[in-house]
Design a protein around this ligand. Sequence first.
Ligand code: PLP
Length: 456
Amino acid sequence: MSSTLNSLASRAKAAVLHPYSDPLTEVEPLIMERGEGIRVWDSEGRSYIDAMAGLWCASLGFSEGRLAKAAYDQMVSLPYYHGFTGKSHVPMIELAERLLAMAPVPMGKVFFANSGSEANDTAIKLIWYYNNARGKPGKKKIIGRHRGYHGITLATTSVTGQVINHTSFDVPLNDRYLHVQTPDFYHAGLPGESEEDYATRCAQELENAILTAGPDTVAAMFMEPILGGGGLIVPPRTYYEKMQAVLRKYDVLVVADEVICGFGRTGNHWGSTTMGIQPDLLTCAKALTSGYLPLSALMISQEVVDGIASEAHRIGVLGHGFTYSGHPVPAAVALETLRIYDEIDIISHVRTVGSHLFEQLNARVGSHPLVGQVRGAGLLAGFEIVADKDSHKNFEPSRKVGPTMVGLCQKHGLIIRACPNDAIVMSPPLVITESEVDQVVDKFVAALNDLEATTA
Ligand code: PLP
């Protein structure tokens, strides 16, 4: 190990409070230095295929020069402006129009923020505002799902259903947050139960939760079309149809969290289209700028916009907005990102390469003794590492099989991610080619074989 790495790694550990890391662990962080295509290089010169596209975001890979140029051009014409107090600017206007034109269902307006968490937090605040506007001040509870992920601000972490995001943070914040079950047929389906019957059971549980809370107190439900950070859970057939019927019955708004699934990841522009969700509000981020700059967006139906507008008019102003809402530089980068997606027909590309990925995974990974299930859509793949394929039983959490697999993949030059219950996920840059997919699968199988040797 070179002294440079030693000093950078120890400086990193001394100075940075790293997210999602154990600050007292002896494990040294990899210091990433550069990227090209689907690969990144660390400070030791080792290369990795990043099959997570960073944090599910670098959809155009790590060296798209057009995005750098779009940022530069915007920087030298109008490097900053905002949309407060009667101002606006061209990149924000054009991006809002572009997003409205591609929305999965008709939407009224777009609000911009900087992160997925901020877009979801804004959705929660505006839903409360809207229900005050329409004379339903008691209708404020937000439903999330166990293992769902919607961010880490105080309100969004309360909707998030993951144990590590709640423990010792004193959230959920108050009694405005409810959680229903993870739609995980693989583990929660009863013997002999069909996917459809399991979906009916999930919808009944939702209805019971709304009735117990009181329908007049429940405002909205947040749903990732496919649960990402929770372990790439693909809800069972008919689930969304049945869940949305219950939500509509009790006048509960549907919020699609497309922060991971948006912009082609599942083989359509939106995960909502892939999974059959008709949202009232939709949030997106990550691949909106291919992760190159922070930007998120919240699309809001015309009906909800009308309610918000009347309340803001009554008060005199909409008292919400971030200094960097719709910042012109990320907005220009987003416009260029969306242009590139169109030019390279990203949707057809994801469908073709995604089919190849799942053919390879089903043939070479699904048959492996440690893999209980291969699941996903488009270029979003998940695997269940199991101790027993018949009973779907995972290994004891104390064995840390998921993190071990991440380390083994890293040794083979592949970056993947472990989620709760040893679910392993992959979300490679959308521009990955079929031959690069083969390299990913080769490395993954080699790591699985190593894992088998350690778990035997
Ligand atoms: N929603 C989903 C589905 C996510 O996966 C994430 C982050 O991974 C977020 C929201 C929060 O986004 P951010 O980390 O940009 O705040």
